[in-house]
Design a protein around this ligand. Structure first.
Ligand code: FMN
Length: 132
């Protein structure tokens, strides 16, 4: 069964550039190994992450992520069963948003979620500066 989780969080105060790189690197390699797709975005003092994958694998992974001291104030926006992945393209690697089509994909995810989460418009608003 496929599942998705979308959350935002705050970075820990002492997170350095090298620290961020380490997060992105292990995310990228672990997630492609485990068939987890999605996106991890870092901006200012926040993370926004979309995870998609097998519900059992995702549940275990998210327990680990939640306990990671490199971020705090984890706020789950979406946590639900899905029929299809929207980030199917990222199978080969977990991606940091790098270009406009990544961003459009994320916006699409948020638009699809709109029916179930009233706040998704606010979240989409957070992404506006990246769309210029
Ligand atoms: C914001 C944030 C997002 C993370 N996302 C993932 C993830 O999607 N997949 C993952 O394996 N680890 C993720 N991690 C790291 C995990 O918490 C954990 O450190 C890692 O899975 C341990 O695996 P490693 O020993 O291979 O580094 C994330 C950490 C942070 C702070």
């Amino acid at each position: 069964m496929l599942h998705t989780i979308l959350y935002i969080s705050n970075t820990s105060e002492d997170l350095t550039k090298a620290g961020l790189d380490a997060i992105f690197n292990s995310t990228q390699s672990n997630n492609s190994e485990n068939g987890i797709t999605g996106v991890l975005l870092h901006f200012e003092r926040n993370f926004l992450q979309v995870l998609e994958g097998d519900s059992t694998i995702l549940e275990t992974l998210f327990k680990t992520i939640r306990q990671d001291p490199r971020h705090k104030n984890i706020f789950i926006i979406l946590d639900k069963k899905i029929e299809d992945r929207i980030f199917e393209n990222y199978r080969s690697g977990f991606s940091i948003l790098k270009n406009k089509s990544d961003l459009e994909n994320l916006k699409q995810y948020l638009t699809d979620a709109d029916a179930t989460i009233p706040r998704s418009k606010n979240i989409a608003g957070v992404l506006e500066p990246f769309l210029l």
